[in-house]
Design a protein around this ligand. Structure first.
Ligand SMILES: [Zn+2]
Length: 437
């Protein structure tokens, strides 16, 4: 399997650190508000990656954090008139609820910053001891000039970063590129550290959590492309300083989301909350929108993209309903361990889900033909479609028919054959009401 590695800007053969096992980490949300559907793109993308790695037989451990200490959380606490802990708990709960409604996999670890403060203190102290960090007036900064590879992930020249407006100019820092590991603060919820009262910097928490959960290095570190700089670049800098590595062998980034050609953002007000979207559409629709484009490319959401996805969803839904009836009546069980070479070929090419969806539609077409002709490939094709859609994170329930429902079906066929159209219509209506026809 090949993965496009953002670190080298190349598709590379995937070789895990430990044979048969994969460790992966995806930067999670800052929990101060409800998430919008743009925030769901990394969730849906890396859920698909997680599912596929498991399909290949890897034992995968997937972690994603909650940033539950942040000035935005303090601001939300003030607006809502509750504590920072209450804000964090409320939006963690809402986020997990969203994931459930979007039929996302349960992952293995969800660490929170509040539970890692001692680890963060130890980590920062080690950086200070090795002269990679310095204390200035209650703040602690990372000394970027000591990392000669700085800019490796985002392919940026350090001089451009300084002259551009990408970094904060702060007189307290030795260098404009230096970033805060600990920030002095007396506003809102603060914590006592060896350097005084304040809050931890965002870039440190992910490195600390990865080291704590997995050790010095993982296989895959992922997130949205907007995190490449400065967040991921700064994670790498800290990992070079303490562990002499890039923290992950493979860095993966999903593209950003536009809505009607504008960046979807909370500040622009043109966002759709994940919890609102699901009231009008199914999770399948947004997943098909995202997965119909290569995960690395940007997506522009318009009414048309949703219509197209709804169309695909309906095609799959319709054929599977007919197949489910056929298999139930013939007492055949779906094969949940079926494999498919074509599917693997596309997925092994850096998770080429647009090709997978085209292939899925060809399977749908074949299955429709088999159902019309009552062919012998109905079970195989249905099993393949179910297995592939599950890995993509799409949900198509295949309910078992009760004996009573099967009885009604047989009576309907009998009435039709006997040209007893009144009875046939009544029975047919019953089957439609039960969502069988
Ligand atoms: Zn992170």
């Amino acid at each position: 399997m090949k993965i496009y590695n953002s670190l080298t800007d190349k598709k590379e053969e995937f070789i895990p650190i430990e044979k048969g096992k994969v460790t992966m980490y995806v930067c999670g949300p800052t929990v101060y508000n409800y998430v919008h559907i743009g925030n769901m793109r990394p969730v849906i993308t890396f859920d698909m990656v997680y599912n596929y790695l498991k399909y290949l037989g890897y034992k995968v451990t997937y972690a994603s954090n909650f940033t539950d200490i942040n000035p935005k959380i303090t601001m939300a606490a003030e607006t809502l008139g509750i504590t920072e802990r209450e804000v964090a708990d409320r939006f963690i709960k809402a986020y997990l609820e969203d994931l459930k409604n979007y039929n996302c996999s349960e992952i293995d670890e969800r660490p929170r910053v509040i539970d890692c403060l001692d680890d963060i203190f130890n980590f920062i102290q080690k950086l200070i001891d090795k002269d990679y960090a310095y204390v200035k007036d209650g703040d602690v900064y990372f000394r970027v000039s000591k990392i000669k590879d700085y800019g490796i992930l985002s392919n940026q020249d350090i001089n451009d970063l300084v002259s551009g407006s990408r970094v904060d100019i702060d007189e307290k820092k030795e260098d404009p590129l230096d970033f805060a590991l600990w920030r002095k603060s007396d506003h809102g919820e603060t914590f006592e550290s060896p350097w005084g009262v304040g809050i931890p910097g965002w870039h440190t928490e992910c490195v600390v959590m990865i080291n704590k959960l997995f050790g010095k290095k993982i296989d895959i570190h992922a997130g949205g492309v907007d995190l490449k700089f400065p967040h991921h670049e700064n994670e790498i800098a800290q990992s070079i300083a303490l562990n002499n590595n890039y923290i992950a062998n493979y860095w993966m980034h999903n593209g950003h989301i536009n809505i009607n050609n504008e960046k979807m953002s909370k500040s622009l007000g043109n966002f759709i909350l994940a919890k609102d979207f699901i009231k009008e559409h199914t999770a399948n629709v947004i997943k098909l929108v995202f997965l119909s484009t290569n995960y690395r490319l940007p997506i522009n959401l318009t009414d048309k993209t949703f219509e197209e996805a709804e169309n695909i969803d309906n095609k799959i839904k319709t054929v599977l309903k007919a197949a489910n009836l056929n298999l139930n009546i013939s007492n055949k069980e779906i094969d949940n361990s079926i494999k498919d070479d074509k599917f693997e070929e596309y997925m092994n090419d850096d998770f080429n889900t647009p090709n997978v969806i085209t292939y899925l539609l060809s399977l749908v077409k074949d299955l429709n033909a088999e159902l019309r002709n009552n062919g012998n490939q109905i079970l195989t094709l249905t099993s393949k479609i179910i297995r592939i859609t599950k890995i993509l994170g799409l949900l198509y329930p295949m309910p078992k028919l009760t004996d009573n429902q099967k009885g009604i079906y047989h009576k309907w066929i009998e009435a039709r054959n006997n040209k007893d159209f009144n009875t046939a219509d009544t029975l047919r209506k019953q089957l439609i009401d039960d969502n069988i026809l």
